[in-house]
Design a binder for this molecule. Structure first.
Ligand code: PBG
Length: 325
């Protein structure tokens, strides 16, 4: 035909059947974890202004939502509580009848097959909005650990299937593992927010969870976006301390880190496709500037290609519907 020597890569792209035959990465409903915000007031279904399509839900609406999630084929949810009252220590986080504990009980009773992952942090419950005990403007590490352990145990008692500590204190995995074991919960896994950057992409979440720090920022405990080796140190120590899953958060700007964490640790790795990543797409889609479905599916497949086994995403319900089309 021709004398030029070259390869015909396009042979494997000629039509959709051929393309699907050679596709390397797949997105499935089982990969999806849907985050939910539960409020303590009654009769609330309130859309979060910066996150169109995502709501703060009271327990009654929560049950409806969870039934829908289950019927769409999503297996797991991630729970955040928004309490009525906050205090210095965030005691609402570990109250036996706190909002998250009640939400876990309701879901386990009404929709028992759903896997309930409890986000374990104090920032939604503290009056100052920081993720631990604040003294002289500094979030104290070790005193915060005890409160986190109490929170994890109360969530496990309420029926949580997985504990997901997100507050970035040193030693939180070791402390929570020990606490859970001593309380008889040796079979409850820890999904650690091991690699969590101090990110502007959390902005809309802080509206949703009402957890914006009243003063300062989280840079003295969350990681510097400029750092890569620091991510390995964090992940290594969490695995040594007993983490069963590792979360990398946010997802899209950190896919390089995701790949390296995947290659380093033989544990399930989770991408958190965070609130700001959601809002950016939603805003553009609402203006008709991008094709929402195509953009979202491309984003999520990139996370899987980068090594994520599971994806926490506010798009989970939409994706589950699209995967059925
Ligand atoms: C709690 C927590 C945060 C998110 C998950 N858990 C917020 C933060 O660290 O400020 C962010 C999730 C999102 O942006 O979707 N510490």
């Amino acid at each position: 035909m021709n004398d030029l020597q070259f390869k015909r890569h396009r042979r494997l792209r000629v039509n959709e059947s051929m393309r699907s035959l050679v596709r390397e990465t797949h997105l499935q409903k089982e990969d999806l974890i849907y985050p939910v915000f539960v409020v303590e007031e009654e009769n609330v279904k309130k859309e979060i202004p910066s996150m169109p399509g995502i709501y703060q839900l009271s327990l009654d609406y929560l049950v409806e939502e969870m039934k829908e999630v289950e019927s769409l084929g999503i297996k797991s949810v991630l729970l955040f509580g928004v309490p009525n009252e906050k205090d210095e220590q965030g005691t609402g986080a570990f109250h036996d009848h706190g909002i998250v504990q009640e939400a876990i009980r309701v879901i386990k009773k009404e929709v028992p097959s759903l896997m309930v992952i409890a986000d374990t942090c104090l920032c939604e419950y503290t009056s100052h909005g920081h993720c631990g005990v604040l003294e002289n403007g500094y979030v104290q590490n070790d005193p915060s650990l005890n409160l986190l352990v109490d929170t994890a145990i109360s969530q496990a008692k309420a029926g949580a299937d997985i504990i997901a500590p997100s507050n970035m204190m040193d030693g939180f995995v070791a402390a929570i593992r020990k606490g859970l074991d001593e309380a008889g919960f040796e079979n409850i896994p820890i999904m650690s927010y091991a690699v969590k950057y101090a990110s502007a992409f959390y902005g809309p979440f802080r509206d949703a969870a009402q957890s914006t720090p009243q003063e300062g920022d989280r840079k003295a405990y969350q990681m510097d976006p400029a750092n890569r080796l620091e991510a390995f140190r964090e992940a290594d120590s969490d695995v040594e301390e007993g983490a069963d899953f590792l979360i990398v958060k946010p997802a899209l700007s950190y896919l390089d880190i995701m790949r390296e964490i995947r290659d380093r640790h033989p544990v399930p790795v989770v991408a958190y496709n965070v609130s700001g990543e959601y809002s950016l797409v939603k805003g553009a889609a609402q203006n008709g500037w991008v094709d929402e479905k195509a953009i979202v599916l491309e984003k999520l497949i990139s996370m899987k290609r980068a090594g994520a086994d599971l994806i926490m995403t506010y798009f989970a319900k939409d994706v589950a519907k699209w995967l059925d089309e």
